[in-house]
Design a protein around this ligand. Structure first.
Ligand SMILES: [Ca+2]
Length: 350
């Protein structure tokens, strides 16, 4: 009998016999096994809540990148096309999940979860829902209303949340990966759908104008000079260099190295400002980013995001722990292990 390739073997083991795809539920046993056995996740054993956050977040991240039809199913073809199998193999050999980077990094999970938690007024948990106003507040009101309207109209992805007008944790994870990992294939598709108002698979000057109009007002409102629309349209066409001058296709966006810049120009005020500002603080952030890019040429936007946000998260977690318990009782039975690393201690307290 001929031996089958690795992807096919894993696919057959994980899927339900009657199905020709993998569902999120098929990954639950995999995550349970990883949580029970992986040395880098041992410290999560003390917190069932964090174990659940880890499993859910990893599964959503896997589906964001690999469920290419957006119907909650990963086919064998999707699995062969993506990099999930490689990441699973790497996870087996690597004690530090952060080194695997894709899908399974505990750092990624904690950054994602903390971003969700930050947006919920009065704190929340995995089951807390977000509404449109909450998402508008993301990253200091970075996004335009028009783009958030498109997200809540469920144009780029159908929400799995059953409460109308609300976004659940999975829907938020999809948004965050699209926003902070804009160059990923799934993200370019996400934003392309948002921009393509009439869903004819082309983004025209008129559609660009619809989004840029609001952005121009926002740029003015913070005291910056906004590039007039026609000039900006020419710049965008130059940056994307589409096959046809009249419109931009998904393929044009995927081929261009400047799609992320264009998306930020059209609907993200903070990222637009960060790129354009002469403010010394912004210049310092850009300098640090360039340094990190030289040191880690293989990092994606997502890796840069996680590595900037994680230290902030640890610092905040430590503040919060100190605030909650300003005078810890020295007689109390502390369960802190001397063998756990400092990162894990910080994480546990958040
Ligand atoms: Ca269109």
């Amino acid at each position: 009998m001929l031996t089958v390739d690795e992807a096919t073997q894993i696919y057959r083991i994980l899927k339900q016999p009657k199905d020709e795809y993998l569902s999120q539920a098929d990954f639950q046993p995999v995550l349970r096994e990883i949580l029970a056995t992986h040395p880098g996740l041992k410290f999560l054993g003390r917190s069932p809540e964090l174990q659940e956050i880890y499993a859910e977040t990893v599964i959503y991240t896997i589906f964001y990148h690999n469920d290419r039809s957006g119907n909650g199913r990963i086919t064998l073809r999707d699995l062969k096309r993506g990099n999930l199998i490689d990441a699973m193999k790497q996870l087996e050999e690597e004690e530090d999940t952060a080194k695997v980077r894709r899908y399974f990094s505990i750092k990624d999970v904690l950054v994602i979860y903390s971003k969700h938690w930050e947006l919920i007024i009065d704190g929340g948990d995995l089951n807390s829902l977000l509404q449109q106003e909450d998402l508008m507040a993301y990253n200091n009101d970075a996004l335009s209303k028009k783009i958030v309207d498109r997200i809540f109209a469920e144009v780029p992805t159908k929400f799995t949340c059953r409460t109308p007008g609300k976004m659940n944790y999975q829907d938020f994870v999809y948004f965050l990966l699209a926003e902070e990992n804009k160059a990923a294939e799934a993200s370019i598709e996400y934003w392309f759908k948002c921009l393509d108002l009439d869903e004819n698979e082309m983004v025209t000057g008129e559609e660009i104008g619809y989004f840029y109009e609001e952005q121009m007002h926002r740029i003015w409102s913070i005291g910056y000079e906004a590039v007039p629309f026609q000039d900006m349209l020419c710049r965008i066409i130059d940056m994307i260099a589409p096959q046809r001058q009249e419109y931009i296709t998904l393929r044009d966006f995927k081929r261009s190295k400047l799609s992320v810049t264009v998306f930020n120009i059209l609907f993200n005020l903070q990222k637009y400002r960060a790129a354009e500002s002469r403010d010394p603080d912004e210049a310092e952030i850009r300098r640090k980013r360039r340094k990190a890019e030289l040191e880690h040429p293989d990092w994606t936007d997502w890796d840069h995001f996680v590595n900037t946000q994680f230290p902030v998260l640890l610092r905040d977690a430590q503040f919060m722990a100190a605030d909650r318990d300003p005078d810890p009782d020295p007689d109390s039975d502390s369960d802190s292990d001397s063998d756990s690393d400092s990162d894990s201690d910080g994480i546990i307290s958040f």
